[in-house]
Design a protein around this ligand. Structure first.
Ligand SMILES: [Zn+2]
Length: 291
């Protein structure tokens, strides 16, 4: 299975048989590779064409096999703006990803272009390529001698998070549903109230020995993922509690006890209140009768 693989290639960590991870300083993204008889499956393509070129060079150092499959763990730029360098591969992603890219990528590109002259040039050259193989809940990729299961365990970090599970190696690449290098990122497109149930399903796929590869940071294990599930659940419960107590949304951050620094939770609170409002807490109602 591993013929043609240079397991001593620097920078790559073998997290399970024929499964690799590599942590890049830029945005501290962790990329994955699964080696199969028919080629390589790459998990996430990084944030620009330049970063994807660097990844491709690092892949060549690891293996002479072609990249046949790519998995975008979610639509955020640091995970899929490198897709254009992998168009010979089948690019898998959740069915919500193409639309998120269509509606959001231009704004992200514009804000990244303001980072530096180098990023301005990178974003000028960028071609946003959405996944070519989308799915709603599960998909299986056959690498010839092994299979990789792709699972959308529910909404959380985004509407379309995907985990890539390699059953024969007990390795799971979880994208940003679990983060190691900082608190889980609650952005404008997150689903803070659904995230705990999503992690219930995800952690149910893990064993005591599973290598859990997060989208950012170092490889962790099931105990780490379960601990993060409890924290994410605390955030959701605190939002529900504050909303039920009638605490106004702009006072909620100060009023709550949180497992993470407050400044990382502004969107968690706002999105949580929004979602409660839209699911029957009385803020909005369906027009049952025509006016
Ligand atoms: Zn993300």
């Amino acid at each position: 299975m591993l013929s043609g693989v240079n397991t001593r290639a620097t920078g790559w960590t073998e997290v399970g048989p024929g499964c690799f991870a590599r942590r890049y300083p830029s945005f501290d993204v962790t990329v994955g590779v699964v080696v199969g008889a028919d080629g390589l499956l790459v998990v996430d393509t990084r944030g620009s064409l330049g970063e994807a070129d660097e990844l491709r060079a690092d892949l060549v150092a690891l293996s002479s096999a072609p990249v046949r499959w790519v998995v975008d763990t979610h639509w955020h730029f640091d995970h899929c703006f490198g897709n254009a360098r992998f168009t010979e591969a089948a690019i898998y992603g959740h069915e919500t990803v193409p639309e998120m890219l269509a509606t959001e990528a231009e704004a992200v590109r514009a804000s990244l272009a303001e980072r530096s002259p180098e990023w301005a040039r990178e974003m000028g050259e960028l071609v946003v390529v959405p996944p070519s193989r989308t799915f709603s809940s599960v998909a299986v990729v056959d690498l010839g001698d092994r299979q990789v299961e792709l699972v959308h365990p529910g909404r959380g970090h985004t509407a379309g998070d995907v985990a890539a599970r390699v059953p024969d190696a007990d390795v799971v690449y979880v994208g940003d549903l679990i983060e190691e290098s900082g608190p889980p990122m609650y952005g404008e497109d997150s689903f803070p109230l659904e995230w705990p149930a999503t992690l219930d399903l995800l952690t149910g796929l893990l064993t005591e020995r599973t290598a859990v590869v997060p989208g950012h940071g170092a490889v962790v294990d099931r105990a780490f993922a379960q601990a993060q599930r409890i924290e994410v659940s605390n955030v959701a419960e605190t939002v529900r509690h504050l909303a039920a107590e009638g605490v106004p949304v702009d006072k909620a951050l100060d009023a709550g006890e949180w497992p993470y620094p407050r400044e990382s939770l502004a969107h968690a609170v706002r999105r949580g209140y929004e979602h409660l409002g839209s699911t029957g807490a009385g803020r909005r109602s369906l027009p049952l009768l025509p006016p």
